[in-house]
Ligand binder design. Structure first.
Ligand code: ADP
Ligand code: TRP
Length: 329
């Protein structure tokens, strides 16, 4: 069976937490390991430029995201990991799309509307965000794009833009599907992924300051776990402190946890100690792998360079097709 092409992008905007891991990174590693997909994982640094406008911070966050992905198990021997800014075809195609995408259409984007509520002076990069993302996806004949629910609209934009481009510049006989320029991508929405709660019980998020960092040391794990707001367990929850339990069940099966929580009813310290133990055991190998990689920045850079070469070949070929279709080549 031929492999489907899978592409996903991640903005380098801050330290990874266990919500990011269970909500996104783990699925990437699992999909890579099925062998059903030819995977491209992109560090979306040009998208991040809308938020990170400091040279040192951009360098640091980009390098860290590469480390994070390698440490959780993305394997550059099996997949392509690359940086968006290394491949100028992305921004070039985004410009070409700009000429066929209308302003009212982009004004309907959720992310734009949210940004508009917060700040009236929005930069053009934020407004054009879906166009660059469409270029990211369409350059690679992508079949599937694994994303969280919040990104679904962006995939719809990519599909609409592909259809419009194909309609304007593609072959006129629609039966010639094979000859259409852009393939229509499908979102792969990770529906069954639970929202990982933070130490205060709300969704774990950098912006709420309620995270457990993914590569935390034992001390950092202890500090975060001890700060979990302990609710006195309700009878309908079997007396379990749910803020602790809901995090714990990510690391151990509910079957195994039953006995522990039954034996330690009301003993929150003992339960938190057990949670620290389980998180630490889980994180340790990834933390160690990351610590090894940190010592080898050249190796990490080489991986990204190799990724850029592999991805660049595909992207450049598609861009030639596009330039021929619009009549500039
Ligand atoms: P944050 O909210 O910390 O800024 P991001 O928005 O950068 O996180 O999320 C990056 C990825 O991690 C997205 O795919 C998102 O769906 C996933 N993710 C983030 N927080 C959680 C969470 N608490 N539970 C599940 N998935 C999450
Ligand atoms: N917009 C995505 C996010 O915020 C990141 C992204 C950029 C992306 N380009 C992409 C995701 C292409 C999937 C495919 O999470």
């Amino acid at each position: 069976m031929s492999q489907k092409i899978l592409l996903s992008g991640v903005k380098p905007t801050g330290s990874a937490h266990i919500g990011n891991y269970f909500g996104a990174m783990k699925q990437m590693v699992d999909l890579q390991n099925t062998g059903n997909y030819s995977c491209l994982i992109m560090i979306a640094d040009y998208h991040a430029l809308n938020f990170i406008q400091n040279k040192d911070e951009m360098k640091k966050l980009t390098f860290e995201l590469a480390l994070d992905y390698l440490a959780v198990g993305l394997d550059p021997k099996k997949i392509v990991i690359f940086k968006q800014s290394d491949i100028s075809a992305h921004t070039e195609l985004a410009w070409i799309f700009d000429t066929i995408v209308t302003v009212p259409y982009l004004e309907r984007a959720h992310a734009f509307k949210d940004a508009e509520v917060k700040d009236k002076e929005i930069n053009v990069g934020t407004f054009n965000y879906p166009v660059l993302m469409a270029a990211d996806i369409l350059l690679y004949n992508t079949d599937v794009v694994p994303v969280g629910q919040d990104q679904k609209q962006h995939i719809e934009y990519a599909r609409d833009i592909a259809l419009k481009f194909n309609h304007i510049f593609g072959p006129k006989n629609v039966a010639e599907y094979e000859d259409l320029i852009f393939k229509l991508p499908e979102p792969l929405i990770l529906e069954n992924v639970a929202v990982v709660p933070g130490v205060d019980g709300r969704k774990m998020s950098k912006s709420y300051g309620n995270t457990i960092p993914l590569f935390a040391t034992r001390e950092e794990i202890t500090k975060a776990v001890m700060s979990i707001v302990t609710d006195s367990g309700k009878p309908e929850d079997g007396g379990k402190p749910m803020n602790v339990y809901n995090i714990h069940k990510l690391f151990k099966s509910e079957e195994k946890l039953r006995e522990l929580y039954d034996m330690n009813k009301g003993k929150y310290k003992a339960l938190k100690d057990a949670l620290v133990e389980d998180i630490d055991a889980f994180i340790k190998p990834m933390r160690e792998r990351r610590a090894e990689l940190v010592k080898k920045p050249k190796k990490v850079m080489k991986i990204l360079e190799k990724g850029a070469k592999q991805a660049g070949k595909i992207a450049d070929k598609k861009l030639v097709e596009v330039k021929q279709a619009i009549g500039v080549l």
